[in-house]
Design a protein around this ligand. Sequence first.
Ligand code: PA5
Length: 460
Amino acid sequence: MDIHLDFSNVMETNVGSEHGLTLDDFEALIPQGHEILTALRQKANDHSLEFYNLPFSEEQLDEIEKYAELARKRFDSYVHLGIGGSALGPIALHTSLAGSYYNLSDKKPKMFFPDNVDPDWVHELLQHIDVSKTLFHVVSKSGSTAETAAQMLYFVHHMTEMMGESFYKNLLFTTDPVEGLLNRIAREYPIKCFRIPPGVGGRFSVLTPVGLLSAALAGINIREILRGAREMARLCDTDNLMENPAYIYAVIHYLYMHRQKNISVMMAYSNRLRDLADWYRQLWAESLGKRFNTNGERVEVGQTPVKAVGATDQHSQVQLYVEGPNDKVITFLQVENFEENTPLKNHFTYIPEFDYLDGKTLAELLNSEKQATELALTNNQRPNLTIKFSAVNEANIGAFFFLLEAATAFAGGFLDINAFDQPGVEEGKIATYALMGRKGFEQKKEEIESLFARKKAFYL
Ligand code: PA5
């Protein structure tokens, strides 16, 4: 594992005193940081914060690898049915380590992650797969999320049309060990089930079969992912908090939240890393966006995470980041060693204006652009930091996941909120059940209907 956190450009010496932080700022929070670390360790030990232990648990790896090997032979396509924490990690793993064009290679199975219930999108996918040769992996911790349930029903209908009652042979579940509706189906049909350990919430579940199954299927080395996560977990457990990257990342963002910088941009200068920023968006938003603190006092905290991609968004967002409101902390993701390093050649020798590119690589260009953006931000007193990946590989990606999960837990501690629940999401889930007429939600439906009835419309 070789990833590093460069936070030079949040320091006062580089970004200026008005918007910069000092070593004293970091040190002042060390006693609280120790209390948070102790509490996290305690919860990990009593298994109430199980994501902390995941890098050290290789329990399900053999089973995942064996299953993936058999499935690779049996199926032409793989469809991942899940949403939120049950999809964003697997997608990020796939695009970072299998690549954006995996489905255009001769590898099998082709892999699809339709994490929405857009009917036309789902139908379009149906046109491109043979359901009888497709593995449908239904991933839901609760087993009851409306979107995932609906997608499953949609595809099961088409499966039964083609395969009759043997449809279940093309289903795979990853869910809670005991609870939930998927387990009820699995009691009726001998459907293979992988388990999400109790105490691991959706957005912290990428290092369980939620993320590892599809990764193994695409030929990604899942042991290396865990090895990287393990090394990072040790760093994030270090008592010397000034060398603890989770503490540093959390403190930077916590301090800036108190300075009205309530936007956290993650800008990946790498297309393979771009979906890590999507995963981060959910992690940071759902974990830290909370109305009440642990004492039940109204605090309404959180930072709005924004995803950006370099160099693409230099031509879209960076103008705003450099000159607009100074209300953001920007985290770059940078790759030090790209795989492709072929030098460019100026074929059009009669255009000397292109000569500066001759002999240079795309990697040099991309990283120079990152450096240029970093410089422009810093010169304009815009705090920014960089997570540097020596290369895009399994161990570094595993380390990244753990770093941000641990940083989120630390940030939750500083904010004194519960970073592991999502009452706002649950509210939306309940309203959806009510609107869709699910039994047991009649009263909620009435409430919603009366709210709608009272609503004054302004409509053009
Ligand atoms: O992080 C979370 O807990 C949520 O985003 C869930 O992952 C998401 O709502 C899907 O839930 P489930 O896995 O229960 O279907």
